[in-house]
Structure formats: structure tokens, C-alpha cells
Ligand binder design. Sequence first.
Ligand SMILES: Cc1cc2nc3c(=O)[nH]c(=O)nc-3n(C[C@H](O)[C@H](O)[C@H](O)COP(=O)(O)OP(=O)(O)OC[C@H]3O[C@@H](n4cnc5c(N)ncnc54)[C@H](O)[C@@H]3O)c2cc1C
Length: 370
Amino acid sequence: MATQRIAIVGGGPGGLMLARLLQRQGKYPVVLERDRHAEERPQGGSLDMHGETGQYAMEQAGLREAFLAAARPEDQGDRLYNAEGELLFDRNEPTDDRPEIDRSVLRRILLNSLVPGTVRWGHRITRIAPEKDGFVVGGDGWSEQFDVVIGADGAWSCVRPLLSDAVPLYEGVTLVELGFDTTRHPRVSRLTGNGKMLAVGDNRALITQRNGDGHIRGYAGVRLAESSAKEWASWSGESVRQALQNVFAEWAPELRDVIETGEFIGVRPLYALPVGHSWKSQNGLTLLGDAAHLMSPFSGEGVNLALADAVELAEALTSTGDWSSVSRYERSMCARATVAAEGAAQGLKSVFSSAGVEHVLEHYRARIHD
Ligand SMILES: Cc1cc2nc3c(=O)[nH]c(=O)nc-3n(C[C@H](O)[C@H](O)[C@H](O)COP(=O)(O)OP(=O)(O)OC[C@H]3O[C@@H](n4cnc5c(N)ncnc54)[C@H](O)[C@@H]3O)c2cc1C
């Protein structure tokens, strides 16, 4: 495709991977990112990278060695507890092919792989308007013309409304994100094991997940009305902690420890786009990652899909054909995302139910036999 000026809106994993792949093919997009610098906000916890999507993308980007040097195959463990603190499932096979990597480390690998100056930090996009030969993209006090605009700007994409009327809907569950380090929180470290632990009770759950550099990330998940979730998000960390102590009052003390000792990071209400979200293809404009298929994290696929999207979209944008190659990418991406989104919706429903931990346990056991 003889496209020269490509704007990628959003410098998350999907947008950065796309920029890297395009640069390897001799195209030089700009990445417009609202954060003022790479460390502006916490990047979230550890990710397991799947062979056929996330790891495949790293390989296509020429970043396999960098990934393997930073990945943690030893942290693939899974534990499941009930609310009484009984360990129902415990498995750690470092030979499974889903090594973990911290989000911040992945972002650094991708950023370091780009031609200097590719990412324009502090560029929050507020306007995108079709023009005769492309689009005018603008923010606070500036604008610039591009031939192609890619929305890689996550859940609340400003590119998506140009293609689709769909809006993310609240999933009924809110996670409170907590941070720990293993030296100051040895009990949480023991509970977590080598990888991730999930504790499930009546419509509530606790998750802790081992990260690199002696850190653990935790999430306390509760069913909440959207209005209450917004209220919680406006509270201080201590007020949120008190609310969680009430919600988890009946749980075993070693599990309550997670809520009582974790450093408060933030309130994360979960939103998702309708499963199967798609749009009528439009020349010069497309989406990838969460902007196209936001789903709850209960499939563990979000970043993996964003990276796989980037591989297919880079191929389409560097092919010799016309925009129909991008339309084909959109169809293939939507089909792949639909399967994952169904899994994420099902996963969320089964963890946050009044049916108890039993069917989550069945799911864990079934995965061993897959
Ligand atoms: C609690 C939680 C846990 C998760 N755990 C996992 C997991 O274990 N495994 C997994 O695969 N996925 C997980 N996910 C999902 C994963 O985080 C997302 O799917 C993934 O980050 C999507 O990547 P992306 O590049 O599409 O978007 P994002 O990572 O959201 O990046 C979008 C970028 O666009 C920028 N941006 C937004 N608006 C604008 C604008 N107007 N102008 C300029 N820039 C803008 C943002 O600053 C951001 O840098 C989790 C999500 C949550 C909420």
C-alpha cells in the first residue's frame, strides 16, 4: 500500500508493536501518546504471553531474544483457594509455554526497539476529521494531516466513534488494585506461590499475581452497581480498604491479609465492548487491541490479542494491495477477538457468581487435560 503518513493513536503494547513492525518494513509511522513520558502512570501487572499470539508477535518483531531475557517461565503457577483459605488447586509447570513478563518491561522492550522520536509523548488526541486526502488529527494547540489513522488508544478510544456507535458497557464487577513487595509481605508471598492465586467466594474474589523484581500485584474483585463503582473511585485508599474489609469480613484471615496490608493503587471498574463488535470498513481508518475489542481480563488474552492484531495489520498496511487487505485484517481480527471475548465474559460470570468455587475448580482441572 503506497501509504506514507501513518498516525498510530496510543502507545500501549498494540500501538508500539505496530510501529515496530512497520519500521522493519521501511514505513515510519508516528505514535501519538497522551502520557507525558513512559513512567507517567503504573502500567499494571504481569502478563502471560501466549505462543501463537503474543510470543509470535515478539518473534515477528525481531524481539524474541529480548523477550526471553526478560520473561519469567518460572512464574506460571496457578493456585485456587476457597473463602475459608483451603488450597483446592496448586500447579506450577515452568515447562508450560506461557512465560510471564511485566507490562512495564514489555513496554520498555518495545519502546527501545523504535527509531528515536517515533513516540510523541504528551499528545492527547481530541480531534480527528476526514479531509480530502486523509485525516486531520489534532490535540491541544496543534494539528497534522495523515493518510492513515490507526486507533490503538484502548478502552475509551477517540478513533472508534468514527467507525462504530458501540460503547463499552460496565460488566457489573469492579477490581481494586493493590501492590505488595515480597520482603515486606511474606505471608502474601506464601499465599501466592509461583505465579497467580485466585480465591473465590460468593460473588467476590481475591487475586494475587507474582511480578518481577520482588513485587506482587493484587486485585480484590466485587460485584458493584456502576454508580457505586464510580463513588469508590472517588474515595481515598483508606475508605476503599474499609469498604473491602466489610465485603470480605467472613473470609479467612490469611486471605483478608491481602486487603489489609496491600498498598492501594486504584479502583478499576471492568467494561467491555459488545461481544463480536465489528464495523463497516472505511478507507484510511482502523482499530486494533482494546479499541476494537475491549473485554474483561478474565480470558488473559487482551495484550496477546493486541499484539497479534498488530502483526496482521502491519502485513495488511505493507502489502501491495489496496485497502481491502485492511478489511480482511478487520474480519480476521474480529473473528479471533469474538472467541476470546466469549471466554472472558464466561470467565467473569463463573468467578463472580453465587454458585461457589466448585465450577471454577472444574475449569482449572479441565485445563490440565486440554
Ligand atoms: C486489571 C487488568 C488486568 C489485565 N490482565 C491482563 C493479562 O493478564 N493478560 C492480558 O493479555 N491482558 C490483560 N489485561 C488487558 C490488557 O491490559 C489490555 O487488553 C491491553 O493493554 C490492550 O492493549 P492496547 O495497546 O490495545 O491498549 P492500552 O494498553 O489501553 O493502550 C492504549 C494507549 O493509548 C493511550 N491513549 C488513550 N487515549 C488516547 C488519546 N486520546 N490520545 C493519545 N493517546 C491515548 C493510552 O495512554 C495508552 O497508552 C488486563 C486488563 C486489566 C484492566
